[in-house]
Write a protein that binds this ligand. Structure first.
Ligand code: ZN
Length: 241
């Protein structure tokens, strides 16, 4: 492997897109030329193994996406920066109706929260500072499971962090107003990288459970005909929701 393999793969992928995929879906891209109308804000981790459009089987223009380490949303006023601006713009200007915070299995950020020394967090002051926005999740996990460690602790942190970030979202004025008026809904998701399944937080049961079970969706049926977007051959033949 040469050191250029990474960028070479990306450039070759772009070539395939511009020569094959774009022409097949020219109509969609032309519709999107001067406007976007996404209904969903999707907030997830920067982890390379997550592809929001792939796992939701959606097209360009469908998802407004915000990614960062640990799928974190700082509470309003804590860190007025990129994430807060995305949230405000999505709700006020784009008028998204749903906001998904999607954590994931094997999250490096949550493993670093569990074991800061092993993750060498001291050498990464910016990451360390950013992860303070998830400190309360660690507090909750240690209170609920005083003897937890290892993979169990990581899983608990992943879950509590997603719920914490939903709480943080509610502190943003635009979101609070949207929830109060019934125009914005929040969703807590956890994507399992190894098996491709999504768990969602079941408000009634107060636990994460398979999305099909919580929403009463039939699974395993192809809905490929709904797909309008690029590279259908690269997409799974079933959709979630
Ligand atoms: Zn992650």
């Amino acid at each position: 492997m040469s050191e250029n393999d990474g960028i070479a793969k990306v450039i070759e992928g772009y070539r395939h897109f511009s020569e094959e995929v774009y022409p097949e879906h020219r109509e969609l891209f032309e519709q999107l030329r001067n406007k976007q109308n996404p209904q969903v804000l999707f907030i997830t981790c920067a982890d390379s193994r997550i592809d929001p459009s792939l796992i939701t089987h959606t097209d360009p223009g469908d998802l407004f996406i915000c990614r960062n380490i640990g799928n974190i949303v700082p509470a309003y006023g804590e860190m007025m920066g990129g994430v807060s601006a995305v949230v405000e713009y999505a709700v006020m200007a784009l008028k998204v109706t749903d906001i998904i915070v999607c954590g994931h299995s094997d999250c490096g950020a949550m493993k670093a929260m569990r074991d800061p020394d092993a993750a060498s967090l001291a050498a990464m002051p910016t990451v360390k500072s950013w992860l303070r926005n998830a400190d309360a999740a660690l507090g909750v996990v240690l209170a609920k499971y005083p003897n937890t460690s290892g993979d169990h602790m990581t899983r608990a942190l992943i879950e509590e962090n997603v719920l914490l970030q939903l709480q943080h979202l509610r502190t943003h004025p635009a979101v609070a107003a949207g929830i109060a008026s019934g125009t914005v809904r929040l969703h807590a998701w956890i994507y399992n990288i190894g098996n491709g399944r999504v768990l969602v937080f079941d408000e009634a049961a107060q636990e994460f459970a398979p999305i099909e079970q919580v929403l009463g969706i039939e699974s395993g049926k192809s809905q490929g005909s709904r797909h309008r977007g690029p590279a259908p051959e690269a997409r799974p033949s079933t959709t979630i929701g």
